[in-house]
Design a protein around this ligand. Sequence first.
Ligand SMILES: Nc1nc2c(c(=O)[nH]1)N[C@H]1C(S)=C(S)[C@@H](COP(=O)(O)OP(=O)(O)OC[C@H]3O[C@@H](n4cnc5c(=O)[nH]c(N)nc54)[C@H](O)[C@@H]3O)O[C@H]1N2
Ligand SMILES: Nc1nc2c(c(=O)[nH]1)N[C@H]1C(S)=C(S)[C@@H](COP(=O)(O)OP(=O)(O)OC[C@H]3O[C@@H](n4cnc5c(=O)[nH]c(N)nc54)[C@H](O)[C@@H]3O)O[C@H]1N2
Ligand code: SF4
Ligand SMILES: [Mo]
Length: 692
Amino acid sequence: MNAPTEFARAVCPHDCPDTCAIRVTVEGGRAIKVAGDPDHPPTQGALCTKVSRYAERVHHPRRLTTPMKRVGRKGEGRFEPISWDEAFELAALRLSGIAGRAPEAILPYSYAGTMGLVQGDSIAQRFFHKLGASQLDRTICAAAGAAGLKYTYGASLGMHTEFFAESELILIWGSNPIASNLHFWTRAQEAKRRGARLIAIDPYRSLTAEKCHQHIAIKPGTDGAFALGMMNVLITEDLLDHAYIADHTLGFSELKTRALSYPPSRVAEICGVDEQVIVELARLYGSTKKAAIRMNYGLQRVRGGGNAVRAIACLPSLTGAWRERAGGVLLSSAGWAPVDSHALQRPDLMPGWPAKVSRVINMNAIGDALLHPGDAAFGPKIEAIIVYNSNPVAVAPDSERVAAGFAREDLFTIVLEHFQTDTADYADLLLPATTQLEHLDVHKSYGHTDVMVNLPAIAPVGGARPNTEIFRGLARHMGLDEPALYDSDETVAQAAFRWDDAALEGVDWESLKKMGWAKLNLPDAPFAEGRFRTPSGKCEFFSERLAQQGLDPLPDYLPPYESADSAPELAALYPLAMISPPARNFLNSTFVNIESLRSTEGEPHLDIHPADAQQRSIVDGDQVRIFNDRGSMQARARVTDKAREGLVVGLSIWWKKLAPDGRNANQVTSQALTDLGASATFYDCLVEVERT
Ligand SMILES: Nc1nc2c(c(=O)[nH]1)N[C@H]1C(S)=C(S)[C@@H](COP(=O)(O)OP(=O)(O)OC[C@H]3O[C@@H](n4cnc5c(=O)[nH]c(N)nc54)[C@H](O)[C@@H]3O)O[C@H]1N2
Ligand SMILES: Nc1nc2c(c(=O)[nH]1)N[C@H]1C(S)=C(S)[C@@H](COP(=O)(O)OP(=O)(O)OC[C@H]3O[C@@H](n4cnc5c(=O)[nH]c(N)nc54)[C@H](O)[C@@H]3O)O[C@H]1N2
Ligand code: SF4
Ligand SMILES: [Mo]
């Protein structure tokens, strides 16, 4: 007899702005199919290709199903199974010893393997705060852009994705939505059918740029200058909304002076595009009422990323595009949801809080941090690292140093994972975690404005446990008696939102659980009447807060750390700029081990312009070595003018051990940080390429 078929509701947990609602088909306790929920407006019944394979991932034969301890050398990946009790005993013994002496020698390392507020950072953070462990500055992705928005609008706020469908002009800026923001692309297509013009600003002719009316291939890391050049034209040709500027902005005259120092001729030089391209774009932008910008994080992974986002964010306040719901900017909508991060993470559990807080380690400099011997300035040497929701050995920059750090024999490493990733190979203890179909969670989104609930569809696979349950177990075995460490997942989920916030009017936990999602109550055109969340309530062209930190109060162009203009000696050795943005069929390093998706991507490739290839006697299909002072990797060359001259592109993020040479793009990326937000600079990277 066939097992009964059930349907459950889930939320895509991945680090993607779309936060789709999922319907899961369950048969005999197994998830056999996932599909986009047709009733959820942002999802419109469609999932991307990779998450359509989610059931394959959940029931994959290589899923980790039992705790394991290391028996081989660090990095070798040889383990033997142990019981949960044994695992907790081993962990408690080591961690208690370190915590008794130097709690800051313990470091959590996590990112967005799941975006869930419960399995992300709730019990885990409470646990580390209670111990007094080091804190992690979680800035690997979006912190430069978030800072750019914060100093301009006051928070990560912007247009609603659905209203892009009504826009007349859409600038897709540092963003490749066909790969990484599919449900926005649907809206942009709708706008295109209604006659809108789509323009991509991207050094690479991405899948998206290929399908726009115009592609402006600027040099990487020069977006701040490009935006200032547009402002220059808007100001000199008086394409401004003077009333909007007077009523809702701060510091126009200072911004004007700054913008006047960026005439199109200078900007053309910096950005490597024709002067006329800048002038025409600014004219079109300044004369279109419903002009919308979809910025994404691709443009802020360079030294000047924070300032670039800030400069671009100023544009709609100059032209008054915010007056229309189909005008403005969207980078992130994350700031709309009334999330109670204090209740979730309980920083007050830190010993000595708030007068004293624990040391903060920037996650982008994890290589240097793990190799630091410890001193008065750095604090204690890191003796234990607990990794969850992240795969740093594959995704963190300057990977030779990251791997060397993880290879330290005296470092105690715990990894909570679904699979034996590159990072898991270095674990002393490898603990099996549940996937989204096996645990409870709640979500906000950084692309739309719904809050959502994910209910477990199936029982945990094998002996897997939710992150929360694993940290509760650790706390219990360490004898920690803080009650907040033992809250159930449902209690944590209820604490995640400030239910009395006006945006959640009429919604409570029970109704949210029943409905699956709730759209926040927000105005359609968020800044039509100003009401920015800055201290002045205005769009701050001039930021007093930046001035007080001794930083430039106005947006400016900061050249990349690594470019021919800013570092000619380095560029003489390594003349090509390399970027390594996401491959369509992977989600960061997640899904690389799913055979059907990996086979679609094939193998690591490097897109190189015909002129650059010819100079190096490289022909299409050659195996090439990409290198700089930090390291090297191999890839198969694709000779194509999709990459502008001087740029090479290696779509990422490969698991090292699934690449033919056991390496990936982060072998060459650097640990340097952005101007604002201390974010990563993955796309600020010079290399040389040669045939192998
Ligand atoms: N399929 C898929 N989707 C994903 C992900 C994934 O790995 N795979 N990752 C998710 C995550 S964590 C994130 S943060 C987002 C990332 O997605 P996006 O925010 O879209 O960012 P990227 O893909 O890094 O870069 C987008 C585009 O910016 C371009 N770019 C690179 N440097 C510059 C520059 O200096 N200036 C300009 N103007 N453009 C530049 C790249 O060529 C690329 O085409 O996507 C999420 N969605
Ligand atoms: N070269 C280069 N490097 C990059 C980027 C780039 O564009 N180029 N992009 C950067 C960006 S934008 C980001 S956001 C980072 C992403 O870096 P990460 O956030 O580390 O992302 P993933 O590689 O997807 O790794 C997440 C891991 O979490 C695990 N996981 C998922 N859910 C759970 C769970 O519930 N519990 C536990 N314990 N584990 C879980 C998954 O199995 C996966 O191995 O990478 C950065 N690195
Ligand atoms: S990765 Fe993005 S597009 Fe794909 S299912 Fe998840 S939220 Fe939707
Ligand atoms: Mo990201």
